[in-house]
Design a protein around this ligand. Structure first.
Ligand code: SF4
Length: 436
């Protein structure tokens, strides 16, 4: 029997898919996956290197693994800057960059001989770290944008889109093995196929995916004009009416410094048009506060935008310098206490907006997918407006419900982020996606 490996996966859904693929390869070589570092002969930490708190979390996870496991391999986004890991933890066995599966396997097999020859091992496409009924479907790797605060293009390289037939094959396999919600991800999903000069590749792919008869949710949509075509598909019930569109700011001055398009007025016009086409659309976005040069006036502009836009789901980060990011050279550093104060003002405002927006669901019938039975016996489900892990949930009253099944439910009440609903009836998987 090959050795026992503990695996920690940090960061975003894209890193989770890397972890799934890596674990599949380790299993194919005969390694046993264990859940505790103490039980492992070797630990792998898939790190995140996006912002400073994520870097700190990654370094502390590596430290924890080193305390309890004799050998530790670090991989993932922070692994693209090996000196950061090696300086903090000189005892790590090896450090590799994101999605460098072969380098990880080389380090692991050298330290712990496998049961099977890595050259001949039959590798299953992936192992799932999510519940069986939903899965992330990564359609591209890397990014061709150059947002000044971000080093992902440096870490993961330029965009490389997967061939559509390969993505489709994976999606069909997932659906055949019980997946009922496909969550399409990439660094910039809407740019899928663009580096190959393809136009409309994503729409073709999404149409094929929606033809599989399951929920299709799209994350990380850059605010290109092509969003309109996605919204049309949502109006037709082919995609979940859920738009995850990171806008990052609303002040044109700050957006230019971030090297991103748009401004408050243009975003507002587009949001109004999207909502006209899909009245039950849930819009999610994220914003950075305290970006270099952000004045009180820029921040007020952002708050005014949020009041006007009434976005459904909002995440925010205080700006933190990431080594290697172009924004580090910008003048006008915002003091930490000002960043924090702005962050809290923004989140307080958004909590009020969210609580108001959630009330619009009360009394409505919505489709939900059941995730699990929570502590205390309540069923936890999600509606079209809830992506797993980042949004709220629907607490469901009902008998004999099953995870992965879909039901029509009537919303009885709402709080700031979550809904409470009563099941009306099961919904077969061939019925349309949106709320009634
Ligand atoms: S779109 Fe911008 S923020 Fe997103 S990964 Fe690409 S460069 Fe980074």
């Amino acid at each position: 029997m090959a050795g026992r490996i503990a695996f920690a996966s940090l960061g975003c859904a894209k890193a989770l898919v890397d972890s799934e693929q890596l674990i599949a390869r380790l299993r194919a070589l005969g390694y046993q996956l264990v859940s505790r570092y103490e039980e492992a002969d070797l630990a792998i930490v898939n790190t995140c290197g996006f912002i400073n708190p994520a870097i700190e979390e990654s370094l502390s996870e590596i430290g924890l693994a080193l305390e309890k496991t004799p050998r530790v391999v670090a991989t993932g986004c922070l692994g693209a800057r090996p000196e950061v890991i090696q300086n903090a933890h000189p005892g790590v066995l090896a450090v590799t960059g994101p999605a460098r599966f072969d380098a990880v396997l080389e380090a692991v097999t050298q330290a712990l001989p496998p049961d099977t020859d890595p050259k001949t091992a039959l590798v299953p496409p992936r192992v799932r770290l999510t519940p069986r009924h939903y899965a992330y479907l990564k359609i591209a790797e890397g990014c061709d944008n150059r947002c000044s605060f971000c080093i992902i293009p440096k870490l993961r390289g330029p965009q490389v889109s997967r061939p559509p037939q390969e993505v489709l094959r994976e999606a069909r396999d997932l659906v055949e093995t019980g997946t009922r919600e496909l969550i399409v991800i990439a660094q910039d999903t809407l740019a899928y196929g663009r580096e190959r000069g393809e136009r409309g590749g994503l729409l073709w792919l999404l149409d094929e995916l929606s033809g599989l008869g399951v929920w299709v949710r799209l994350l990380y949509v850059y605010p290109y004009p092509e969003v309109e075509a996605l919204v049309e598909r949502m109006a037709e019930g082919r995609l979940l009416p859920y738009l995850d569109v990171p806008l990052q700011h609303a002040s044109p001055r700050i957006l230019r410094a971030m090297r991103r398009p748009g401004d408050a007025e243009r975003y507002l016009e587009r949001i109004r048009a999207w909502r006209r086409s899909v009245p039950d659309l849930t819009i999610r976005s994220v914003f950075i506060v305290g970006f270099p040069g952000e004045t009180e006036g820029d921040f007020d502009l952002l708050l005014d935008f949020l009041k006007e836009a009434e976005l459904d789901r909002v995440g925010a980060f205080t700006y933190s310098e990431v080594e290697g990011a172009a924004a580090n050279a910008l003048p006008g550093r915002v003091p930490e206490e000002v960043k924090e104060e702005r962050y809290h003002r923004l989140m307080q405002l958004q909590a009020e907006i969210s609580a108001r927006r959630m009330q619009r669901w009360v009394g409505k019938e919505i489709p939900v997918i059941v995730d699990e039975r929570g502590e205390g016996g309540a069923w936890i489900a999600r509606g079209p407006g809830d992506a797993p892990g980042v949004d709220g949930v629907v607490f469901l009253e009902g008998e004999d419900l099953k995870p992965g099944e879909r039901y029509l439910a009537r919303v009885t009440r709402a709080d700031t982020y979550d809904l409470f609903a009563r099941v009306l009836r099961p919904l077969p998987w061939a019925t349309p996606m949106g709320p009634k």
